[in-house]
Design a protein around this ligand. Structure first.
Ligand code: ADP
Ligand code: MG
Ligand code: MG
Length: 211
């Protein structure tokens, strides 16, 4: 695939909703160990609302589509994850602009802007045991593939693998941001729920760009 159009972006969002629904209990279990046991419910409710919005009409341009996703997440998810994922999509849309598709370079720039937005909003750094620990390596891997001339399928596959490694690497970490940080040392020994959902997001992107 050479470029991601609004139909493929919509397929990505639908795919993410489906996998979040499928893994809802797992995300909640992870959040029950180091948080307040609502990450599965938060993400499932948010993505159901997003998909309902898109099913009422997919916007014609990439920026409008991503803005719709972001605004809906910000307004429908109460937890920390809603504004953070919302910021990801809002910033991705702002970086993309009023285009009808994203090629590898444009998607790289859009993802980078989204990541920077989450960091600016949540103030988490690498190793703080948050979604950043999956997202930053994923965006770095995507960039490296894009710079090497990879197509969308190869770049998103590499990003998904990097996200999964980053997620797994959160297990021994002590949380320094979000609710899990209240536990201090007791947060070690568990995967971060947001890093887990972020990996699902990149795996869904890889599936949406596979053919
Ligand atoms: P809440 O903690 O409000 O119940 P969720 O359970 O839906 O919200 O989401 C928790 C996830 O949000 C954490 O696992 C972590 O990945 C992410 N998170 C929390 N605070 C931050 C932050 N400041 N920066 C980045 N990610 C964060
Ligand atoms: Mg929670
Ligand atoms: Mg909560």
């Amino acid at each position: 695939m050479a470029a991601l159009g609004t139909a493929e972006l919509s397929a990505w969002i639908h795919g993410f909703r489906d996998v979040v629904a499928e893994k809802r209990e797992w995300l909640t279990e992870l959040d029950s160990a180091i948080g307040d046991a609502d990450h599965g419910a938060n993400m499932a409710r948010g993505m159901d609302t997003v998909v309902a919005k898109l099913d009422a009409g997919v916007p014609d341009t990439v920026d409008e589509l991503l803005k719709t996703v972001g605004m809906t997440l910000v307004s429908s998810v109460g937890g920390a994850s809603g504004p953070l994922y919302g910021t990801l999509f809002l910033r991705m849309g702002m970086a993309a602009g009023p285009v009808t598709s994203l090629d590898v370079a444009a998607l790289a720039a859009s993802l980078r802007a989204g990541l920077d937005g989450i960091v600016a909003r949540g103030k988490a750094e690498a190793g703080d045991k948050t979604m950043i620990d999956a997202m930053a390596p994923a965006v770095d891997a995507f960039d490296a593939e894009a710079a090497g001339g990879a197509d969308l399928g190869a770049a998103t596959a590499a990003a998904a693998r990097a996200a999964a490694s980053g997620r797994d690497a959160t297990e021994p970490l002590v949380a320094r941001k979000g609710r899990a940080s209240y536990l201090g040392e007791r947060s070690a020994g568990h995967l971060d729920p947001g890093a887990a959902s972020t990996t699902l997001l990149f795996e869904a992107l890889a599936r949406a760009t596979a053919e």
